[in-house]
Write a protein that binds this ligand. Sequence first.
Ligand code: GDP
Length: 295
Amino acid sequence: MFDSLTDRLEDVFRKIRGQARLTEENVQTALREVRLALLEADVNFKVVKDFVERVRERAVGQDVLKSLNPGQQVVKIVHEELIEILGGQATDLDLSGSPAVIMVVGLQGSGKTTTCAKLALKLRREFKRKPYLVPADVYRPAAIDQLHKLASQLDIEAYPSTPDQNPVDICAAALAEAKRTGHDVVLLDTAGRLHIDEALMDELAAIKAGCAPGEILFVADAMTGQDAVTVAAAFNERLDITGVVLTKMDGDARGGAALSVRQVTGKPIKLVGTGEKVSDLELFYPDRAASRILG
Ligand code: GDP
């Protein structure tokens, strides 16, 4: 299993303990375990290949072969490389602009609406901001109601959009309204579809052009594994996203999506959704995620 990669590696080295010297083949065996564990965790195969190659280069260098505790050495290298591939440092949200504009995009059901509400709450609580929620998903009328309900629960103001309005107009008008009413961060909850679709992408591009968001956060359902990667790449190509929110990390997703999405888009994971409650949103820390992956 993915979450016991540490055990797997230590197992490999336990078997060969007592050998006078470690051989390159021993390291090879350990790397095979790394490779398998990552593939089982649904990490994109190309990403796995590059990753294992990087670990190999370091492992067959002097570090491991001469080390007294090769198991721990390999685990350490894997850990360091995981942090690196996950982006190194935590990446801040760009809250510049008055108001700051955060556009939230992704497929239907990925968790956009929930994430908007969660993020608004976080911005108010932890960043002392005055957020404004903007429902702009007119194709799923329940989405507008859903965000309005969440907003009123949290006592956060929301733009009174209606399903008959044009999303591009909603966003522009909401931005003007936010300025007028002294809100310093605007969250645009945009429409999604079940699949990537050109009309949707055009609409999102028009909203981007009209509102010049400092952040375009792509929301990915961590449970969808490889699919999340393909979709992320498509959104990034069209919209040049600024970051990723991985939702449903509380499920039994093994975290593979985090590695792949980061590597394929080159964009940082900024936030993680860890449950259905409005407080279940955390900043993404590569070192913590790497530790969780290692188990
Ligand atoms: P949207 O269509 O992208 O706006 O998706 P929604 O925000 O409506 O979310 C779809 C479903 O996923 C809802 O039932 C949410 O409660 C659920 N959801 C969203 N984020 C998370 C999360 O981090 N963890 C869990 N367990 N469920 C989530």
